[in-house]
Design a protein around this ligand. Structure first.
Ligand code: ADP
Ligand code: ADP
Length: 224
């Protein structure tokens, strides 16, 4: 599904240039669950932004389902992104002014799904995430664990082939964190490919393979 080769990314600020990704290469097959670990500043967020088609690399190759997307412009990236990729963030990133239902409905509006179909699909995924009873609440009325369940619902409502998760349990206590990891595991069992950045060795054990990074490079890769 994903093959990156010698991926490079630089940030230039005034006179300094930071190398965020330094010829990074790895492959993720369809159906895999991969954890990416490494110290702060090693390039994990930069990597997720590129894999999520939010940003483009400065060098190297990025094959997404066999298609070279490294040189895609923002419009082409956005189009591929909204149909193929779901995001889960540490801070949930729900919109406070929208209800649970409306937050989960958003990706379906972006992809042009008709209102009647949207209702069916939002309710289906809210049931699955066991948060249906909170459909008319606003994010701030929910506990952290509940907010992350809504965020996972929003990530999967378009049935993406790939989920990118950035520290998905970082703001949760261990019981809510395990619940979210179980949800991700279920989605992976149903065929969704998952790439998760984490600092937690515990969470990484839910994956099939751990890629460890340092200074924008891959240092080790171990299969669990
Ligand atoms: P991580 O997610 O592993 O903490 P990042 O991908 O955020 O690492 O950062 C990798 C490197 O790039 C770091 O040295 C960071 O300071 C730098 N960096 C990230 N984003 C920017 C930016 N927008 N401008 C300048 N430097 C950045
Ligand atoms: P947690 O310990 O899981 O973070 P909280 O202690 O925040 O949970 O909340 C306990 C319960 O009360 C949860 O079901 C949560 O959704 C609900 N709750 C918390 N704050 C509000 C609020 N402002 N309005 C409605 N329900 C709330």
């Amino acid at each position: 599904m994903i093959k990156i080769t010698d991926l490079e990314k630089y940030y230039r600020t005034e006179e300094v240039q930071t190398v965020a990704l330094n010829k990074l290469s790895f492959e993720v097959k369809t159906g895999e669950f991969v954890a990416v670990m490494g110290p702060s500043g090693c390039g994990k967020s930069t990597l997720l932004n590129i894999l999520g088609l939010l940003d483009d690399p400065d060098g190297g190759s990025f094959l997404f389902n066999g298609v070279e997307v490294a040189d895609y412009n923002e419009r082409k990236r956005a189009n591929l992104r909204k149909h193929n990729i779901g995001f889960v963030f540490q801070s949930f990133n729900l919109i406070d002014e929208l209800t649970v239902f409306e937050n989960v409905e958003l990706p379906l509006i972006y992809t042009g799904v008709k209102p009647g179909d949207r209702k069916i699909r939002v309710e289906e995924v809210l049931e699955k995430m066991q948060i249906m009873h909170r459909r008319n609440h606003f994010p701030q009325q929910l506990s952290g664990g509940q907010q992350q369940r809504v965020a996972v619902a929003r990530a999967v409502v378009n049935h993406p082939k790939l989920i990118l998760a950035d520290e998905p349990t970082g703001n949760l206590d261990s019981s809510n964190g395990n619940e979210v990891m179980d949800l991700l595991t279920d989605l992976n069992d149903q065929g969704t490919t998952i790439i998760m950045v984490t600092h937690s060795e515990h969470d990484a054990k839910y994956s099939h393979r751990i890629i460890r990074m340092l200074d924008g490079q891959k240092v080790t890769e171990n299969v669990l």
